[in-house]
Write a protein that binds this ligand. Structure first.
Ligand code: ZN
Length: 363
């Protein structure tokens, strides 16, 4: 069955302007490479959407007041106390202006994540990828980390509401902790949230001991990684923690998200994940999705260097779809790293915390 790649021409408007690390031209860069490497490949189908998410869909996570503020600010209206609703990194750093017309693009991204889930649930494809999705830092009433609407939370809630799903595995492989997603499901056992991220950087959350609370205790798994962790460490974490937990949880769907920012040349972080590592992640997600009739939704948007992000995104997708393409590794500007000793220690500590909740963590 073909993998659906969902996108919109309006993604280019998800742009914070010159001087900001998140620019809207990333999508064109990616599709140029996609066309070159996979344009004629029969394993994929491109789906274009230009319909934005409705208020009702946004309200699966966001407050009415917040939605109104973002919509008004995006149309040029001056909002008093704007910074009660967004952080400084969600405006242009040079002009200090709220990015115009970004709200509609943010809504389209949410709709595309919903569309990806519908595709998979309705068996129109086993796997669906939303190019532009994974805006994991957005809280219910606060936008930060370049994120306004959290499509991850919304699509998971939508899956619960529309398809009555009760075991949703969300895997965050973005280099930053998914603070918005974590907050949404912290006491919710219907989501197993597993988050790999670099320790000690923005947003400063995602510690090992944060494992959920109440009925959700044991259903949040944070894996804060040391700088220069490298591919082998990621592989070990999948083999020791993520795959065994997934087998025990028996998800009804897998939602993975995160783009290229763990790549060492992506500049923002130093995790040392190379293209081979991104492909490995795609393959592992494919492996896990066998637990739920091969169903998985993939949301991809992070990354801060056009060349690196295009190749890393494509590597994730080819791993997921089990397709071979040749990609030249972008120049590694920092140590690739093999911080295996620290990773083994991390695995030990995470297992210790999870033992009371998961049989598979007793090995
Ligand atoms: Zn990130």
């Amino acid at each position: 069955m073909k993998t659906a790649i969902i996108y919109s021409d309006e993604l280019k408007n998800y742009d914070f302007g010159p001087g900001h690390p998140f620019r809207g031209d990333r999508f064109a860069s990616f599709f140029q490479l996609y066309e070159e490497k996979l344009g004629k490949n029969k394993n994929f189908q491109l789906i274009k959407n230009s319909q934005p998410a409705s208020d009702k869909e946004l309200k699966l996570w966001h407050t009415q007041e917040y939605i109104q503020v973002i919509k008004a600010a995006s149309s040029g209206i001056t909002i008093p106390h704007l910074y009660q609703f967004i952080s400084q990194d969600n405006v242009n750093p040079i002009s200090g202006k709220f990015p115009q017309d970004i709200e509609r693009a943010a809504r389209i991204i949410v709709r595309n994540s919903i569309l990806a889930l519908d595709f998979v649930q309705e068996k129109r494809s086993e796997k669906a990828v939303n190019i532009g999705g994974g805006l994991h830092h957005a809280k219910s009433g606060y936008g930060e980390g370049f994120c306004f609407y959290n499509d991850v939370v919304i699509v998971a809630r939508y899956a619960m509401e529309k398809y009555s799903l009760k075991r949703i595995l969300i895997l965050d492989t973005d280099a930053h902790a998914g603070n918005g997603t974590c907050e949404a499901f912290y006491s919710d056992p219907n989501v197993l949230f597993i988050d790999l991220h670099q320790a000690g950087i923005y947003p400063g959350t995602g510690f090992i001991d944060e494992i959920g609370e109440g009925r959700g205790e044991g259903f949040t798994i944070n894996l804060p990684l040391a700088a220069a962790t490298g591919n082998k460490s990621y592989q070990l974490i999948f083999d020791e923690i993520i795959v065994p937990l997934a087998r025990e949880y028996k998800p009804e769907i897998v939602i993975r998200y995160g783009g290229s920012d763990p790549h060492p040349s992506d500049e923002i972080t130093q995790l040392g994940l190379t293209l081979e590592g991104f492909k490995m992640i795609g393959k592992k997600v494919k492996e896990i999705s066998r637990l739920c009739e091969n169903k998985s939704v993939d949301l991809i948007c992070s990354g801060y260097k056009p060349d690196v992000l295009s190749k890393a995104w494509l590597s994730l997708i080819t791993g997921l779809a089990d397709v071979e393409v040749e990609l030249e590794e972008p120049l590694l500007e920092t140590e690739q790293g093999q911080n295996l000793a620290e990773t083994k220690e991390l695995i030990k500590r995470v297992k210790e915390n999870l033992k009371p909740h998961w049989k598979s963590m007793n090995n």
